[in-house]
Design a protein around this ligand. Structure first.
Ligand SMILES: NC(=O)c1ccc[n+]([C@@H]2O[C@H](COP(=O)([O-])OP(=O)(O)OC[C@H]3O[C@@H](n4cnc5c(N)ncnc54)[C@H](O)[C@@H]3O)[C@@H](O)[C@H]2O)c1
Length: 282
């Protein structure tokens, strides 16, 4: 007897990304390591873009273990010629792409607004904002042509709350605004866009903050789940948002921070409830 149709059975397979092509920028970085491995495990072929050639070089062999096709290319996401050249290679190798993860980013050094260097401001905007726009426009054309696709932009909790780097805060807020713009313009064309805002994740980008201080312990104590984030924490959410399991999620920003951004009021309570916890001495 044939089993009755169960829509959940099909939906359970929706997290798979088999046979689809994902472009990941900043692919040689810390968070990207988690993302590309997760996408490969879920069945996606990968296009890896970065300016760090040494970092890129090791990836194809490492990912080939999962049996996926991998194309690693030098590409500065802020340069339209390099992004265009990368897209031409993607067209040649894969006839386009289905997913884009705009992950490349730079964290400018801490500065006050009055001392902020204009060059550093412009560099932050070039990679963090212009790069997201250029890659969305360029790789998005493949998805628009297919009338199907999903984009995840990596923003930051720094978009929602002031932090030590003014050009980072402004750039990441722009990423979230641009994500919403993409979601509404391209939703009718079958292309979704969402952003993920990581909290504290220890990677080459943030390592300077942890290397010489007790910042890891201080920050862990302030996060309700009591630890720093790991690349795989971010990777799971990115993979979900790319997948068909998130087919009705569009224009959202998902904070992946262990609850840190929800803990503001708790940290302003008398000592028992400090640092976002329950006050049970943990
Ligand atoms: N680590 C954190 O705590 C944290 C928190 C919030 C948001 N983020 C965001 O997550 C993303 C990944 O950060 P990460 O921590 O893995 O940093 P990372 O420095 O390890 O990785 C960033 C990667 O981007 C690449 N890159 C820089 N400029 C580029 C350019 N012009 N073109 C192409 N590639 C370029 C770098 O070479 C590097 O491989 C970034 O967008 C970052 O802003 C990180």
């Amino acid at each position: 007897m044939q089993a009755p149709h169960n829509p959940h059975a099909a939906a359970a397979a929706d997290l798979r990304l088999d046979g689809r092509v994902a472009v990941v920028t900043g692919a040689a970085g810390g968070i990207a390591r988690g993302i590309v491995e997760r996408l490969a495990l879920l069945g996606a072929d990968l296009v890896l873009l970065d300016i760090n050639d040494a970092g890129l070089a090791a990836l194809p062999q490492w990912l080939a273990v999962h049996g996926r096709r991998v194309l690693a290319l030098h590409c500065d996401v802020s340069d339209p010629h390099q992004v265009g050249a990368a897209a031409a290679r993607v067209a040649q190798a894969f006839d386009g792409c289905d997913f884009l993860v705009n992950n490349a980013g730079v964290l400018p050094a801490a500065s006050s607004i009055e001392d902020q260097s204009l060059q550093v401001w412009d560099d932050s905007m070039a990679v963090n904002v212009r790069g997201v726009f250029l890659c969305t426009q360029t790789f998005g054309r493949f998805m628009l042509r297919r009338r199907s696709g999903s984009i995840v932009n990596i923003a930051s909790i720094g978009a929602q709350a002031p932090n030590a780097s003014p050009p980072y805060a402004a750039a990441k807020a722009a990423v979230i605004a641009f994500t919403r713009q993409t979601a509404v313009e391209w939703g009718p064309e079958g292309v979704r866009a969402n952003s993920v805002s990581p909290g504290f994740v220890r990677t080459p980008l943030s390592e300077h903050m942890y290397a010489t201080t007790d910042m890891a312990q201080v920050r862990s104590a302030m996060v309700p789940v009591r630890r720093l984030g790991m690349p795989m924490d971010i990777a799971g959410v990115v993979a979900f948002l790319l997948s068909d399991a998130a087919a009705y999620v569009n224009g959202q920003d998902m904070q992946v921070d262990g609850g840190f951004m929800q803990s503001t009021l708790m940290r302003a309570q008398p000592p028992r409830g400090q640092h976002g916890g329950t006050g049970r001495g943990r």
